[in-house]
Design a protein around this ligand. Structure first.
Ligand code: 5GP
Length: 224
């Protein structure tokens, strides 16, 4: 009986360790590559206006997030090496300043640090810090959302609105995969804020985003 009890205790302990390990290393199913529309960030920041009063007029990177199908906001803040400035070579820093600026406070390095520590640490088994930023930049170069929307005559406007599918369709046509749209509410207006593209576990193969939540569909969407 004593033997059975200690084996059971051992099994429970081993399982607990296994769970802790999974949580700290951050197992994930796929990646969300999130691009944001800076004017929307700044429009909804009432108390603390953006440091640049003239926000950039192109989609910039918000982050590359390893995600779970059951809970796309997880994993996050995994145990692992924290952001190191020296691991970002100067040529990469200058590319990121264009593609991944801090559009709110203007502190680019702090923004990259926050994204790496919160999200990058959870995919370190596939992408080290350098690869994480390189891959994100390559995705941004390959999928120019600003241009795709422009080609479909979807340009910032204060007078017209679009449906969810008006915006998704040209992105799907250009990239071959379904994106996800995220919006911010500003009083009664639903503003387009982010376009999410999904990638497989290795961050190499572009896949459909299979969630429908994001902007409130079928409410109209403003892009300003
Ligand atoms: P997450 O932490 O999940 O990657 O993103 C959410 C946070 O990122 C929010 O607090 C949001 O305000 C912040 N965020 C989004 N874009 C920017 C940006 O350009 N600069 C800074 N500093 N924070 C940002």
């Amino acid at each position: 009986m004593a033997m059975l009890k200690s084996s059971l205790a051992f099994l429970v302990l081993a399982f607990a360790f296994f769970l802790c390990f999974i949580m700290s290393t951050g197992s994930y199913d796929y990646f969300q590559f999130v691009q944001q529309w800076p004017p929307t960030n700044c429009r909804v920041r009432i108390k603390q206006p953006c440091s640049n009063p003239r926000p950039l007029q192109y989609f910039t990177i918000h982050g590359l997030w390893p995600s779970n199908y059951s809970n796309p906001t997880m994993p996050s803040n995994c145990i692992g090496s924290q952001f190191e400035w020296r691991k970002l070579y100067p040529h990469m820093r200058s590319k990121l300043k264009i593609s991944w600026p801090d559009v709110e406070s203007g502190n680019d390095t702090k923004f990259w640090e926050g994204e790496w520590n919160k999200h990058g640490t959870c995919s370190v088994e596939k992408l080290n810090q350098m690869q994480y930023f390189e891959r994100s930049y390559a995705m941004w170069r390959s999928y120019n959302i600003t241009k795709i929307l422009q080609n479909a005559s979807i340009v910032p406007s204060t007078t017209r609105t679009w449906t969810y599918s008006d915006i998704v369709s040209p992105i799907k046509a250009a990239t071959g995969r379904t994106p996800l749209l995220r919006c911010k509410q500003d009083k009664k207006t639903q503003l387009l804020h982010e376009v999410v593209l999904c990638f497989d576990y290795n961050a190499l193969i572009h896949i459909d985003c299979n969630r429908t939540a994001g902007c409130r569909n079928p409410l109209s969407i403003s892009f300003e």
